[in-house]
Design a protein. Structure first.
Length: 330
């Protein structure tokens, strides 16, 4: 704990915080550590107050820089809540609220779209440790591109997603190349041998990319057999040792699906979205019932393509958990 003598100039320097409605912070600085006090500030206050002293600015930059790289304005949360966050929901996420598993801590919800770069800044933020405890990343319907997914693979290879258990990437623009790059990022590739490279024994130990990942959802993307085979090879190499549930489109061939089943554990599940449906019918059911495209498609198949019956079955079978019940601030 800093003593009063050494802390007084800093308290004087932070006087502008009183204008931000944070006078209690000034009082707590007399008895508490600066970093602990900083973590109790909302990100809005922290950003506005960075310039009040050199010491405060340097520490604020060190603590907040990774989060600032999100460029997504989670400013209603404190630094502690962000650094301890376990669930991140994108602004335009299109999955069911019920698919967002409840966690002990409130979910963080991005308040602006992922922008034209398709979320590359999000991947870069994760590399630098913006969300070290992240367990769920919900990015459905956010225009995620091959380049962004490749960057997420690099972030995973560098340990930025070590705690991730659920990754939803449905309804994006991910193709075979993006999935292949995600499964085998450049940082995992062996260094090319030259005449000057000394001979080394080849390690047979598997390289783990996402050690805790249990569920990966890729439906409604232009991923076909080549991308799925790249995923199958990655599973066989041990990149995703705990993967138990995989969601894919029906366009993936039966032979490739069988190969994936053999690579996964015996009790793993592969979920394929039903095919042969009119896109406009799926969209109508999805919007009217407030569910994902996958659930809308399943309901349409169950009722022979009847839109009215599908909507009724989804809206009268019981309410989903609300965002508030899941701890998500809308």
């Amino acid at each position: 704990m800093p003593d009063a003598a050494t802390n007084t100039p800093l308290v004087d320097g932070l006087a502008p915080l009183a204008c931000l409605g944070a006078a209690n912070i000034l009082e707590s600085l007399k008895t508490d550590d600066l970093q602990n006090v900083m973590d109790k500030l909302s990100l809005t206050t922290l950003v506005m107050a960075r310039a009040v002293s050199k010491e405060f600015y340097e520490l604020a930059q060190a603590r907040a820089a990774p989060v600032m790289r999100l460029r997504a304005n989670p400013f209603n949360f404190t630094m502690a809540e962000i650094l301890e966050g376990t669930v991140l929901v994108a602004y335009r996420n299109t999955c069911d609220p019920a698919s967002i598993r409840a966690e002990r801590r409130p979910a963080l919800r991005l308040e602006v779209p992922l922008a034209a770069d398709g979320g590359l800044h999000l991947a870069n933020a994760l590399v630098t440790g913006a969300l070290p405890l992240l367990k769920q990343l919900h990015l459905a319907g956010n225009g995620i591109t091959d380049a962004c997914l490749s960057a997420l693979g690099v972030a995973a290879a560098k340990g930025g997603l070590a705690s991730l258990r659920l990754l939803t990437l449905e309804d994006n623009r991910i193709g075979d190349g993006g999935l292949a790059a995600f499964c085998n990022p450049s940082s995992l590739s062996p260094v090319p041998r030259t005449l000057a490279t000394p001979e080394r024994r080849i390690s047979r130990a598997p390289v783990i990319l996402l050690p805790m990942l249990e569920e990966l959802r890729l439906s409604l993307n232009p991923v076909r057999d080549d991308g799925a085979l790249a995923l199958e090879r990655a599973i066989g190499r041990g990149h995703f040792p705990k993967l138990m549930k995989l969601a894919l489109d029906p366009e993936i061939g039966d032979a490739v699906v069988d190969a994936l089943k053999k690579a996964l554990p015996l009790d793993a599940e592969i979920e394929q979205m039903p095919g042969g449906l009119e896109v406009r019918d799926v969209e109508l059911v999805r919007s009217q019932a407030g569910v994902s495209r996958y659930r809308a498609a399943v309901a349409l198949c169950k009722y022979g393509g009847d839109v009215v019956d599908a909507i009724m079955s989804l809206t009268t079978s019981g309410p989903f958990m609300t965002l508030a019940e899941l701890g998500i601030q809308s």
